[in-house]
Design a protein around this ligand. Structure first.
Ligand code: G6P
Length: 610
């Protein structure tokens, strides 16, 4: 799972490729490489283990100029991070390939190609593509023909960019199951894994479909579909502004994105509320019929998006009054679930490209689930295109690998859905108006919580030397605690687990001592008194508390308890508000520790492989 970028232009493309790679590092960042065809028509390649800036340093002061090139930033799947496994992969110094995806039949292809005399220099699945294209180019009239035959022999997922010294000035691209866009410039054309990689050179994009093979020259793009027919795919203008992906005054993207949450939530609500009601039109013209038929909900998602689904389960059952199950997509897709009539499948995904979530959605269609709806942050993504209905979160580009603003916007979008469905199952106007009022109040409340950042930073210092932490919540705060624990472990590398506070006495209490900080969430709701008792159980055993509590709950600071006083919030939207301090706690712990906050080790923002 990786990021790819390619360009063919009348100017040197190296800076364009490097800039594109930097924008794609969220997809992987363990090694990077670039190949260009230079003025003599020779392939020149540079690959390094490390980040794009390391690649850039290696190129500094070296003659490396070309009008045609491809580049790659990697997240290792087959073969450890190493120079020899970094892309582009080449064959006979003629063909160069960058690839995002997984070739499942690479072993069989490798044996066949070795029998044909090809030498392999990497442990990757991708290298077979380079040799396969080279092999076919020996018999075919053009690179395009060779790529077309080569991809027909691949099993798995791919987005590829291919160049060959036999075909100067031509870049061939193909996709199946992995995202790939073509950027249309003025007498220059590009490819990339997503639009953000190319925003500095164009705003006009064609989204390739599965099975497409495109040939790019300086003057234009020709696309053939899976059947080999020339097709005209629509050119879309991207609304994402280049500014949206600049860091501004913040130290890290994660911090910037935490601070963007009140605006992102306001944007997600815009045009979707009217007076005291939600506007069902936001879900599209087919929604009314789908919602009328919906009898239960099946949510599938991964990572942080899965946690949003867990919060929504409480809402669907308590507010909308319909059954809801939630499952991580990687399990759901291989389980044989019993399909209940009238089930609406809800896929939640920031990127819209997570391979397991996409495959789970496809599986539900095969299994005959009634309807599907995607809650997603990227309008042109695969999951959006695959789902029957969509509700876009409008969080804007999220660059930090640890998801923050996308999560709170997902919660807001889910609550809109809960109301729309709940109306059909007895949710009255008064209750709807109460929830709408809570939603409308969120942007201001989140601003208030952001003002607690200084106090939370002080708490973060006390976490620095810890190796473990427990996060506790009850009700909808339990999945929020899970999300807080995930944030802490993924960016600060402190092991953290979340428990529903009532479950403590069934095991985790045994872990409690002064070295195990306990982070607890205490909004003023019907479970507060029960939570208070759970906290006493911990204090009695020498535990150290970090408590995020409603001011009205009247918890006092004590030597074993640090209290951050939260503003009063409505009981339904409390999970949105209580997420924010946990994001800040994880962020400041990691920032003070000096980890790579935006690109934590071993992770990637968008997991487009299984
Ligand atoms: C990766 C990211 C997580 C994200 C998850 C699901 O693991 O690191 O932050 O929550 O994928 O991604 P999605 O784009 O489907 O929400």
């Amino acid at each position: 799972m990786c990021g790819i970028v390619g360009a063919v232009a009348g100017r040197d493309v190296v800076a364009i490729l490097l800039e594109g790679l930097k924008r794609l590092e969220y997809r992987g960042y363990d090694s990077a490489g670039v190949a260009i065809q230079n003025a003599e028509g020779v392939l020149d390649r540079m690959r390094v283990t490390g980040k794009v800036r390391d690649l850039e340093s290696c190129l500094t002061g070296r003659p490396f100029v070309g009008h045609l090139g491809i580049a790659h930033t990697r997240w290792a799947t087959h073969g450890r991070p190493a120079d020899c496994n970094a892309h582009p992969h080449t064959s006979h110094d003629t063909v160069a390939v960058v690839h995002n995806g997984i070739i499942e039949n690479h072993e069989a292809l490798r044996i066949r190609l070795e029998d044909l005399g090809y030498d392999f220099t990497s442990d990757t699945d991708t290298e077979v593509i380079a040799h396969l294209v080279h092999h076919h180019r020996l018999q075919q009239p053009s690179l395009w023909h060779a790529v077309r035959i080569a991809v027909s022999e691949l099993v798995g997922a791919y987005a590829i960019g291919v160049v060959s010294t036999t075909d100067p000035g031509r870049l061939v691209a193909a996709r199946l199951g992995s995202p790939l866009v073509v950027g249309i410039g003025v007498d220059e054309q590009f490819i990339a894994s997503d639009v953000t990689a190319l925003l500095s050179v164009t705003r006009h994009f064609v989204f390739l479909e599965d099975g497409d093979v495109a040939e790019l020259t300086q003057t234009g793009v020709t696309i053939h579909d899976a059947a080999g027919q020339i097709v005209g795919r629509p050119i879309k203008k991207s609304e994402v502004s280049a500014d949206a992906i600049n860091l501004g005054d913040f130290v890290h993207y994660m911090q910037k994105e935490i601070h963007e949450q009140s605006t992102a939530i306001a944007d997600t609500l815009e045009g979707r509320l009217s007076g005291h009601r939600i506007l069902e039109e936001a879900f599209g013209p087919l929604a009314r019929g789908v919602f009328d038929e919906t009898r239960c909900i099946q949510i599938v998602a991964c990572g942080t998006s899965y946690h949003a689904g867990l919060v929504a389960r409480y809402w669907f059952e308590a507010i909308a009054g319909i059954p809801c199950t939630v499952e991580v997509a990687s399990e759901f897709r291989y389980r044989r679930p019993v399909v209940s009539p009238g089930t609406l499948v809800v896929c939640i995904s920031q990127s819209g490209e997570t391979a397991d979530t996409l495959a789970a959605l496809q599986e539900t269609k095969r299994l005959g689930y009634a309807h599907s709806l995607a809650i997603c942050n990227v309008p042109e993504s695969s999951i959006v295109r695959e789902a029957e209905l969509t509700l876009m979160t409008r969080a804007g580009p999220e660059i930090g690998v640890a998801s923050t603003k996308a999560f709170t916007c997902q919660l807001v979008a889910l609550l809109l859905l809960v109301i729309a469905i709940g109306r059909r199952h007895g949710l009255g106007l008064v209750r709807e108006a109460e929830i709408v009022a809570e939603l409308a109040a969120l942007p201001v409340l989140i601003e208030k919580v952001l003002r607690l950042e200084g106090a939370i930073r002080v708490l973060a210092k006390q976490l620095l030397d810890k190796h473990h932490a427990l996060f506790l919540g009850r009700g909808t705060q339990y999945p929020v605690a899970m999300e807080g624990a995930l944030k802490l472990k993924e960016i600060s590398y402190i092991h953290a687990e979340a428990y529903p506070a009532g479950e403590l006495k069934h095991g985790p209490l045994a872990l409690i001592d002064a070295q195990m900080p306990v982070v607890a969430l205490a909004p003023d709701n019907e479970l507060l008194e029960k939570l208070r008792s759970n906290l006493q159980e911990v204090r009695a055993r020498g535990g150290q508390f970090f408590l995020f509590a409603d001011t009205a709950a009247n918890f006092q600071d004590a030597p074993d308890m640090r209290v951050v006083r939260m503003p009063s919030v409505g009981s339904t939207t409390a999970p949105v508000v209580y997420t924010v301090p946990l994001q800040l706690l994880a962020y400041h712990t990691a920032a003070i520790k000096g980890t790579n906050v935006d690109q934590p080790r071993n992770l990637a923002k968008s997991v487009t492989v299984e």
